[in-house]
Design a protein. Structure first.
Length: 277
């Protein structure tokens, strides 16, 4: 978290030194692309913002964090939603194309490890989860559950959710070859709901009563455990802009909406954690 904070400060300082960025693309449209985890926040913000700014056209795509960065690099969007921080290689590509990425932390999130509600397992350790995803544990019976092959479900490798999970849980180890890859948090949740022996990981905002979140190291993912730092699979969620937005402009208003009372309420209602009280 400390390294991320330093990187954010550095990008903002550089943006201020180089001057303001474009306030919007042609026609004052706001075009957003990227993370499926941040997508629900962006959609809810758009609905709220358009109530008082009906003349602003807001388009949102959810193609994954990696593709969101590509859109920002190519100047095809104003805002790139990321569920992880921008990689050094991506930052360099941005700068090489005349784009200065500035990070805005809009919420905090935990990655919930989920199973089917009929699964007997209630808690796993980080080592257990890593062993499942690397193929060292292949049957629920090895963990005290039913004698059934574990169906391993992962986000696609272009996802920021995948990269966070891979870094924090797997320590960048390779996922087992027969794992199923899905393109969104919603698809992962559906697969677990319809498959008794499946396991997956999703953003906290995608947990509902159709799946069962597991305790990790004895701790359930929720606002209290994430903000306290006790839950071990947690992360900030970002919106990146090209330079620091012009103050008072639509993009500035949009990426700072999370700081308002209404924005914090939206974030909480979606199951995420606001960055401030």
């Amino acid at each position: 978290m400390k390294n991320i904070a330093l990187k954010i400060a550095a990008t903002i300082f550089a943006a201020l030194m180089l001057g303001p960025a474009q306030s919007a693309l042609a026609g004052e449209n706001i075009i957003i692309d990227g993370s499926t985890t941040v997508g629900p926040i962006a959609k809810a913000f758009a609905e709220f913002y358009k109530e008082s700014h009906p003349d602003v056209n807001i388009t949102i795509s959810e193609s994954g964090s990696g593709n969101g960065v590509k859109s920002l690099i190519n100047k095809a969007c104003n805002i790139a939603n990321l569920s992880r921080f921008m990689k050094d290689s991506e930052f360099k590509s941005c700068v090489a194309n005349g784009v200065l990425p500035v990070a805005h932390v809009v919420a905090f999130d935990g990655l919930a490890v989920i199973v089917n509600p009929k699964n007997k397992i209630r808690s796993l350790t980080m080592s257990d989860i890593a062993a499942i995803y690397t193929g060292k544990i292949t049957n629920w019976k090895q963990l005290g559950g039913d004698d059934a092959k574990i169906v391993v479900v992962s986000r696609d490798t272009n996802s920021g959710t995948y990269e966070t999970f891979n870094e924090l849980v797997l320590k960048k180890a390779k996922i087992v070859k027969d794992a199923e890859y899905v393109g969104s948090n919603g698809q992962a949740r559906t697969r677990v709901n319809t498959t008794k022996d499946a396991i997956a990981y999703v953003g906290l905002g995608f947990v509902d009563d159709t799946v069962k979140p597991l305790s990790v190291e004895g701790i359930l993912p929720n606002a209290k455990s994430i903000t306290s730092g006790k839950y071990p699979i947690a992360r900030p969620l970002f919106m990146f802009t090209n330079g620091y937005p012009k103050m008072g402009g639509d993009i500035f208003n949009f990426v700072t909406l999370h700081l308002s009372g209404e924005g914090r309420e939206i974030i909480s209602d979606l199951g995420y954690i606001p960055v401030c009280e």
